[in-house]
Design a protein around this ligand. Sequence first.
Ligand code: FE
Length: 212
Amino acid sequence: MTENANPEAAGDPDDRSLSDIDPEARARALQSLLIEEGLVTTDAVDELVSLYEEDVGPMVGAQVVAEAWTDPDYKARLLEEGISAVAELGVSLEEEVMELRVVENDPETHNIVVCTLCSCYPWAVLGLPPTWYKSPAYRSRVVKEPRALLAEEFDTELPDEVSVEVWDSNSEIRYLVLPQRPDGTEGMETDELADLVSRNAMIGVERLGGEL
Ligand code: FE
């Protein structure tokens, strides 16, 4: 019996392996330690986080969207099987989740992504989740009154005739909104188009210019 006893079952906190501790708490502890020791500054950490929240991370998703706008066959594959379609662009989600479901906005339907339980987010295509995405206020209100939330918090007014679909992420399925291609962008290159795609539009709290 004792030979195979699992030390974690004994309940001694010192026996807990690092992987049992919430990654966010671990990261916070590590960050405080590095700052305390003078190895990094808070500004440097903030800058890095914002780079991954705003620029580097979401650019991957923006390229996926731009590719879908310019190549109908790619779009069909993306809507059919998200993980393998983004893998074509060199993005791997296989180890992260079971499924990436890409939900397409059209003139009748607007899609919004949330994780009501915690903060599941398609990291590989959108980078770090913004703080508000993890907030209880967003997570609960987006389900109950998405239109009011979008109008008040994101200045996004959805016309009454557009219906709203809210997609609840979980540990196995992540969602990415495919916004409508803005008018007047015919003839633009994929890279130019990608610049038009915001992170918030891919979460669904924003509409791109021209989306009715
Ligand atoms: Fe979650």
